[in-house]
Design a protein around this ligand. Structure first.
Ligand code: ADP
Ligand code: MG
Length: 354
């Protein structure tokens, strides 16, 4: 007789309000039927791909629903709001750079569980994902020291229905598109194909920028993998235990509203200018750098949101873009009381780039 799996411990995250008593033997037939219906419905929608998370939040099943057990095969299957880890379903070149961080879950037995939306935007939505090996999974493929659970951010680019990305050709100038068919499709933004290609290319651009920057030691989230329009990256934040004993994942705040002490402000400035220098030496300007795209993770700054990185050599608008980045961040530091000079920063970075 099939045994109902224990809910993986990891799924109890953010579940302080739910009952944590697990069924000790097996679920009721009603529960099984519901779980099965949910799975079948999803397969009909999305085909046989192991992913069960829809790109549109309204399509995704309820989060934290937990895995189900296949009635016939006695196998643990992802439940609604879950999918198999996509780590191995993408090619090696679509995964993050070596050395892989030791917190990263790479086991095939892992599930991705959608825990919630961090932010919806015009061009992309950011979701909090837990990648974890269910407690009931066989331990056979455990690599030595392999992590069993980690939190990730899935940034999913949208194929826009109307108009185009506000990051327009100013950014893509000087970038080569791989296939002229894609190029033509992007120019014809009315076609669904054109919108899809352009969403994929923004995702691609962000993943490549993160990979180059992370490898060069810049303070950016570790880029875990890219799959079409979805970039998976390290979650920047912490997990806190609330009064009821539930665990909450709390994303690092944006720099915007932070009021750091004088010492921390100076440290932030050094970290940011060091990060911008790494970008400049690689030949890039961020292109949308502002306190909204810098996370304050305690004492550490992390630069995010990089799809529009600008090539300082190939792009004729690059120095304007770099100067704007310098002015935007310097305005924030000046307002917090640090005496910094945007023109001096700009000259310094340009010098490092060339
Ligand atoms: N790696 C991350 N860790 C934690 N929070 C993140 C991460 N990436 C994005 N976020 C959150 O999601 C928001 C949107 O992400 P961002 O990359 O800036 O996309 P957008 O194009 O929508 O501005 C960020 O402001 C931040 O609050
Ligand atoms: Mg942003």
């Amino acid at each position: 007789m099939p045994r109902f799996p224990e809910a993986p411990k990891s799924l109890l995250i953010q579940a302080a309000n739910r009952s944590t008593t697990q069924p000790s033997t097996r679920p009721t037939d009603d529960e099984l039927r519901t779980a099965r219906r949910a799975r079948i419905g999803r397969e009909e929608l999305e085909g046989p791909h192991p992913s069960t998370l829809g790109a549109d939040p309204s399509e995704a099943g309820p989060a934290h629903a937990g895995p189900t057990r296949d009635l016939d095969q006695d196998l643990v299957e992802p439940g609604p709001g879950q999918r198999w880890s996509t780590w191995r379903s993408v090619a090696k070149g679509q995964r993050g750079p070596e050395p892989l961080p030791d917190w990263l879950v790479t086991r095939d037995a892992a599930f991705d569980t959608e825990l919630g939306i961090l932010k919806t935007g015009k061009e992309a939505d950011a979701f909090l994902i837990e990648r974890a090996v269910p407690a009931s999974a066989p331990s056979g493929d455990t690599p030595p020291g392999g992590a069993e659970r980690c939190l990730l951010v899935a940034k999913r680019y949208r194929s826009l229905e109307h108009g185009q990305f506000h990051r327009g050709t100013e950014y893509t100038e000087g970038r080569r598109t791989r296939r002229t068919r894609d190029q033509r499709a992007m120019e014809d933004r009315k076609s669904a194909w054109g919108r899809a290609v352009s969403a994929t290319q923004w995702a691609d651009a962000e993943f490549v920028a993160l990979r180059n920057l992370w490898s060069a030691g810049a303070p950016v989230p570790y880029p875990v993998q890219i799959d079409g329009t979805e970039v998976l990256m390290e979650f920047v934040g912490t997990e806190v235990t609330d009064d009821a004993g539930g665990v909450q994942a709390v994303a690092a705040p944006r720099l915007t509203r932070q009021r750091p002490s004088d010492d921390l402000l100076e440290s932030y400035w050094e970290q940011l200018t060091d990060g911008m220098s790494v970008l400049a030496r690689l030949g890039f300007a961020h292109g949308d750098l502002s306190p909204y795209n810098i996370l304050a993770d305690g004492e550490r700054l992390v630069i995010i949101d990089l799809p529009q990185v600008v090539d300082l050599v190939a792009n004729p608008f690059a120095s304007d873009v770099l100067l704007r980045d310098c002015r935007t961040v310097c305005a924030w530091f000046t307002a917090r009381g640090l005496d910094v000079d945007a023109d001096a920063l700009f000259a310094d970075l340009l010098g490092q780039a060339l």
